[in-house]
Ligand binder design. Structure first.
Ligand code: SF4
Ligand code: SF4
Length: 225
């Protein structure tokens, strides 16, 4: 088994639902969000997905407390898997850095992680962006949280592909209470996503809902069912 295959298998044993490996060579990153900012000499990324239960999303907004618990637990699990995978690489003589889950640590207001977990998940073939700017995955739609481990190990790519496509039904656009997804149909790309009106989404989550996650654009997506 190659080191890449071993690392995928290890992450799965730790509880990851989706795992893909991508080389960092040739990928473009925005300033301040580049792998070398966090781990100079980083060569590969392992993208890890953890699914939210279907039941936690279907009955939002009434079921928001349960959804928040599911969301926070998924983030904790992802951070734990990250940590274990970093130790896996270090035990084999490589450096590794577990990028924290989106907005789980630090500056919540930007609603973005240090590196874009979602772009790396798409680059690793785990899914494609939808109009909701979330990664749509084959088995779980957009109810998947992602995290990433970058490492100095040169890993073979997993070469995964996903057939799923956003149907552009616009359910997510219509359900958004603050119109944060309006205009996305014209702007989004399955490989690159798009920039939603994050400030509106931020205000809804951290001001109106007092920090409880919204999740309505996940609930509305027919690909989750
Ligand atoms: S999480 Fe809520 S506020 Fe943010 S884009 Fe989705 S539906 Fe809109
Ligand atoms: S709700 Fe419809 S438009 Fe939005 S991401 Fe899902 S399939 Fe695409």
């Amino acid at each position: 088994m190659s080191l890449s295959e071993e690392s995928v298998s290890f992450a799965q044993q730790q509880g990851a639902d989706l795992v893909g490996v991508v080389s960092l060579t040739g990928l473009d990153f925005p300033t301040g969000h580049r792998p070398e900012d966090y781990l100079p000499e980083a060569k590969s990324a392992v993208s890890i997905g953890y699914r939210l239960s279907k039941g936690s999303t279907l009955n939002l907004p009434q079921a928001r407390n349960g959804y928040v618990l599911e969301f926070e637990t998924a983030n904790q699990e992802l951070n734990r898997i990250n940590r274990e995978l970093c130790k896996f690489f270090e035990q084999r003589g490589y450096l590794a850095f577990g990028v924290p889950g989106t907005a789980s640590i630090g500056d919540k207001k930007r609603l973005a992680a240090d590196l874009s977990h979602r772009h790396l998940a798409v680059a690793a073939g785990l899914g494609k962006f939808g109009v909701n700017n979330l990664v749509l995955t084959e088995n779980y739609g957009s109810r998947v949280r992602f995290t990433t481990v970058i490492t100095t190990a040169e890993l073979a790519e997993t070469d995964l592909e996903t057939e799923i496509e956003c149907s552009e039904c616009l359910n997510c656009v219509e359900i958004c209470p603050v119109d944060a997804l309006k205009g996305g149909q014209a702007k989004y790309s399955p490989q690159e996503g798009w920039r939603i009106a994050k400030e509106r989404c931020y205000h809804q989550i951290f001001v109106k809902l007092n920090g409880k996650r919204c999740g309505l654009c996940i609930k509305a997506c027919p690909l989750n069912r």
